[in-house]
Design a protein around this ligand. Structure first.
Ligand code: SF4
Ligand code: SF4
Length: 447
C-alpha cells in the first residue's frame, strides 16, 4: 500500500482525517482486548476486519501513509458499527466516533474524487443509497405512503405471487420482503399531533419518537408501545414535525444531513413540553442520545441537544420505572433475548428488557449464549454485505436454537427482521420473533 502523493485531493482528505480523529486513534494501545468481541474479526479472521486493525489503518491514512479511498474504504465498509469493541476496550477508545468521522471523509472522497478506483463499480449502488437517504427517509409522509403500499401489496396477495419473481431481481431484497411482518390496517395507527391520555392517574407526560422504518412498516409495534405507556400512567404526545433520527445518514458519512435531522427533532420534541422522550428502536435511540456529540461544536444547539439527550429514554427504561405492567394473561413457553447492539453498547441498557421479560406471568426466561454479540443486521449492512451478514447470522441462530426458546425477543426493527430471516434459514418454523413490546402487550391483553 502506498499513498497517492500526486493526488492533491488525497492530501487534503488525509489532513481532514487527521483533524477529525487522529488524536483518538492514538488512544488505542493495541492490546487486542476488543478482538474476541468483534463479530467481523471473528467471522473473517483478519486484522483489517478487527477494531484494532481498522484504527491502525485510519491512523496511517491520517498520516498520509495510505490511500484513503483505495486502502481504507473496504475495511471501514465491512464494519457493522455494532460498537461491541467500545464496551470491551479497557482504555475507552471512542471507536464509534472514529468510525463516523472516517465515513464522513470517505463519503466526500467517493463523491468528489474522479480518480477514485471504487467509483465505477459502486456508482449505481451509491447513488441509489444516497437518493433514498436524502429523498425518502427525512420525509415521514413519504414513508407512510411506502407503508401503505406494502400493506396493499400484502393484502392483495401479490406478495405471494412475487415470491417466485423477486429472488431473480435481488436475492437479499426477496429474503427481507418475506421476513416482513403482516401489516395491520394503517387506519389503526396513531398520528403526529395526537395526545393520548393515561389509563388511571397521570405519572408523566412523554413524547413518542415514531422512527422511520417503525412508522412505515412496523407501526403496530408503535401502537402497542403507546398503549403500554398509557397503561403505566403516561400521557403520550406524538410530536408533529418529528423526522428520521439521522442514524442511517451518519453511518453512511452524511454528517450534515444527520445534523439537520437532529435539529428538526430537537425543535419538535421541545415543543411537546414533555418530561421524557421515548423511543422503541435501539438503533434510533443510540443516535438520539448522541445528539449532544453530533451538535457539540454548534454553540446555538449545544445546550438544547444536551437537554434533549437528558430526556431521551428507551421504552424498556420507562416501563421498568413506571410499572408494574397490568398483566392479564399467562405466557405459555420459553423466551430468550437478543440484545440490540446499540441499546446495549451505546445506550448501556441491558437489565431493563430482561427484567420486564422475567416479570411476564408464566414465561420462562432463558439467556442466550453471546446474546450481546451482533446478529449481523447493522442498519443496512445486511443489504449491502449480504454474504458476510448471513455468516454472522447463521452463527447467531446456532446459539438461539440451543436455548430451545419458542420466542426470540429483540428491540430494534433491523434486528427483528434479521432474526426472522435467521429463523427461516435455520428452519425453526415454530419459533416466533417478537419485539419486546409485542410480548408485553400480548401479556397485558392489549393486542
Ligand atoms: S463496531 Fe463492531 S464490527 Fe466494527 S470493529 Fe467494533 S466490534 Fe467490530
Ligand atoms: S481494546 Fe481498545 S485499546 Fe485495545 S486494541 Fe481494542 S481499541 Fe485498541
Amino acid at each position: 500500500m502506498s499513498p497517492s502523493r500526486n493526488n492533491p485531493g488525497q492530501t487534503e482528505r488525509a489532513r481532514k482525517l487527521f483533524e477529525l480523529t487522529y488524536e483518538e486513534t492514538n488512544q488505542c494501545i493495541q492490546c487486542g482486548y476488543c478482538l474476541p468481541a468483534c463479530p467481523t474479526y471473528q467471522s473473517m479472521g483478519r486484522e483489517s476486519a478487527s477494531p484494532r486493525g481498522r484504527i491502525a489503518l485510519v491512523k496511517m491514512a491520517a498520516e498520509g501513509k495510505l490511500d484513503i479511498t483505495r486502502d481504507l474504504a473496504e475495511p471501514i465498509d465491512l464494519c457493522l458499527g455494532c460498537r461491541a469493541c467500545e464496551t470491551a476496550c479497557p482504555v475507552g477508545v471512542p471507536y464509534g466516533h472514529i468510525l463516523e468521522e472516517t465515513k464522513q471523509v470517505l463519503h466526500e472522497s467517493v463523491a468528489r474524487d474522479p480518480l477514485n478506483p471504487q467509483q465505477p463499480q459502486h456508482k449505481g449502488r451509491e447513488r441509489l443509497k444516497k437518493a433514498v437517504l436524502r429523498h425518502l427517509f427525512p420525509y415521514p409522509k413519504r414513508l407512510r405512503i411506502v407503508g401503505r403500499m406494502v400493506y396493499l401489496y400484502q393484502k392483495s396477495g401479490a406478495d405471494r405471487l412475487a415470491t417466485g419473481v423477486l429472488p431473480k431481481i435481488s436475492e437479499p431484497a426477496a429474503r427481507f420482503a418475506a421476513a416482513l411482518p403482516r401489516l395491520e390496517s394503517p387506519s389503526r395507527r396513531y398520528n403526529p399531533g395526537d395526545v393520548l391520555p393515561p389509563v388511571g392517574p397521570k405519572k408523566a407526560r412523554v413524547a413518542f419518537f415514531n422512527g422511520c422504518l417503525m412508522d412505515a412498516v412496523m407501526y403496530r409495534i408503535n401502537r402497542l408501545t403507546i398503549e403500554l405507556l398509557r397503561a403505566v400512567g403516561c400521557e403520550v404526545v406524538i410530536p408533529e414535525t418529528q423526522t428520521c433520527c439521522g442514524a442511517l445518514h451518519a453511518h453512511q458519512g452524511m454528517k450534515e444531513a444527520a445534523e439537520q435531522l437532529a435539529r428538526a427533532n430537537i425543535g419538535a420534541f421541545e415543543r411537546s413540553e414533555s418530561d421524557f422522550y421515548i423511543n422503541n428502536a435501539g438503533g434510533c435511540g443510540a443516535m438520539l442520545i448522541e445528539y449532544d456529540q453530533l451538535l457539540g461544536k454548534d454553540p446555538a444547539w449545544r445546550e438544547r441537544a444536551r437537554d434533549f439527550v437528558s430526556k431521551s429514554r428507551d421504552i424498556s427504561q420507562v416501563l421498568d420505572q413506571f410499572g408494574p405492567l397490568p398483566f392479564k394473561k399467562e405466557w405459555n413457553g420459553t423466551i430468550t433475548y437478543q440484545d440490540s447492539c446499540h441499546l446495549r453498547h451505546v445506550q448501556k441498557v441491558t437489565e431493563e428488557p430482561r427484567r420486564l421479560l422475567q416479570s411476564v406471568p408464566g414465561a420462562t426466561f432463558v439467556e442466550m449464549a453471546d446474546s450481546d454479540r451482533c446478529c449481523g443486521s447493522g442498519g443496512i449492512y445486511n443489504l449491502l454485505h449480504y454474504d458476510e451478514s448471513m455468516k454472522i447470522l447463521d452463527d447467531k441462530m446456532e446459539k438461539a436454537a440451543d436455548t430451545c426458546a419458542e420466542t426470540i425477543v429483540t428491540t430494534n426493527p433491523g434486528c427483528l427482521l434479521q432474526m426472522k430471516l435467521g429463523v427461516a434459514r435455520k428452519g425453526m418454523s415454530q419459533t416466533r420473533v417478537l419485539h419486546l413490546v409485542e410480548v408485553l402487550a400480548e401479556a397485558c391483553g392489549l393486542t
